[in-house]
Design a protein around this ligand. Sequence first.
Ligand SMILES: [Zn+2]
Length: 303
Amino acid sequence: MYWEERWHPLREEWVIVAAHRQDRPWSGETTQHNEELLPEYLEDCYLCPGNLRVSGKRNDEYSGTFVFDNDHPCVGFDAPQTLQGPPGIYRSQPARGIARVVCYSPNHKLALSELEPHEIESLLGVWQEQYRELGARVEIRHVLIFENKGEAVGVSNPYPHCQIYATNFVFKTIETEARASQRHLAEAGRILFQDVIQAELEDGRRVICENDSAIAFIPYFARYAYEVFVAPKATHPSIASLSSAELRDFSDLLKQVLVKFDNLWQMPFPYVMPLHQAPTDGGDYELPLPHRVSPTSATAESA
Ligand SMILES: [Zn+2]
């Protein structure tokens, strides 16, 4: 066995990679595949259409995608303003925002990987709208869209849904990626994520699938055993600027990757999937001509 350190150009840190890890026998847990047991509708599920939530609010009898404000947000603009200061060298500041839930479809048991391509496409259209709407608010500096799927990553309700945190702060990972991209452009005159895509295409071994305008690959600098980047080939600051053709290609690859994950272990694969998008803090994330803009990608990582 030997280890290798690989530079993660977006996070600007070294990742330790253990070579030959694929030889290690699988001794982990295999989760029971219980998809057949899941109903399409559950009376006591707080995400199913028409059902009552804990807050007393009732879900619409929705037939497509359904978006609502989270009843138990961990960030809220109505959070208490005066927090007692911590002792000594510790510091704190109010973290606020809007938390939303996006139900993918009215069917309790259909995972994202099982939705029809046109349904995934319209979900991505909702992500575009949400990013635009929330990002336009002055108090919102970043819009995080993410899905955590499966009990293995701590999600209690199997209902296919994702979450949105629109916050008055920018997550450090995003800040780092934006700064690294800006510096690379200034120093090398090239777009960092384009160089990443180029390197992956040249090597080719880690490219999972691609089409006209999107690509899915395991990055050279992967931090997890199962980590996949799904990205448009053109550079965009956020999902909001993708054309309808690019959106179709992007959802097509997203589905392919998720189906491959499910097939790999013969079970609905648990994952965390954050969308990496430019902050909405008023900063300039557009690229000077002739370049166009900085990276957007969705990563699906195993727990
Ligand atoms: Zn349900």
